[in-house]
Design a protein. Sequence first.
Length: 280
Amino acid sequence: MVGPELISPKSSRVSAARRLAKRNFRGKERLFLAEGPQAVREAAGHADTLVELFATLDAAERYSDIVAEARDAGARVHLADEDVIADISTTVTPQGLVGVCRFLDTPFEDVLAARPQLVAVLANVRDPGNAGTVLRCADAAGADAVVLTDASVDLYNPKSVRASVGSLFHLPVAVGVPVERAVQGLKDAGVRILAADGAGEHDLDTELDRGSMGTPTAWVFGNEAWGLPEETRELADAVVRVPIHGKAESLNLATAAAVCLYASARAQRAPGGCRSVTPS
């Protein structure tokens, strides 16, 4: 048994969770929503992150292991009927579990101090689904961090959290960093800056063939509609395009990010790449 009774729809806890759908309340409380079993499980496994869990009776039984993990992590567990979950949730078809989590972004200085080898920088990325998907791609490619510039979407937007499919809890993410500061800080840390742009003068295939991709690298990805402005491209060590070998007009942001990040990951793990050298 998870609890003695269903939480009231008029409870202050329900009202507080509902407000977290809005960015200003998230920022004020430094709390966000994680919905569904995958996100809640990841949150429960991330130290000192999960604060509360709302679960329907059916979900509490179906995902009893997750509920137990949440309790073990110190979260307050509330049973709720489906109407309460629907009221808190931001999805059309809620899965019966909604967690309230503490913000977990990492100071940019800590990202630099960790001597990252592969970083994704999101410059003026406005679509939350794209931001979350790029974060997921960076996680899958083994990136060491993601940086969201001050002009980019809120990391804790419910769509971003869902699109990351738990990757938000896997790697450091710095937020609100001006793009100039992000680039200069990474350069000072010995990281090569590559701007991804369809009109780039350098070709990704050529860079791979040349053997120049095995060094510590940060990829800068721009806005979905207009890409990277000239002043941002000028900050990079090189502006690189993903070659289009077929008749497609272009690649969307998340697909291009996946290609670029995996190209760097492969080069860095090759003989002589930065990840094949044991740090001194």
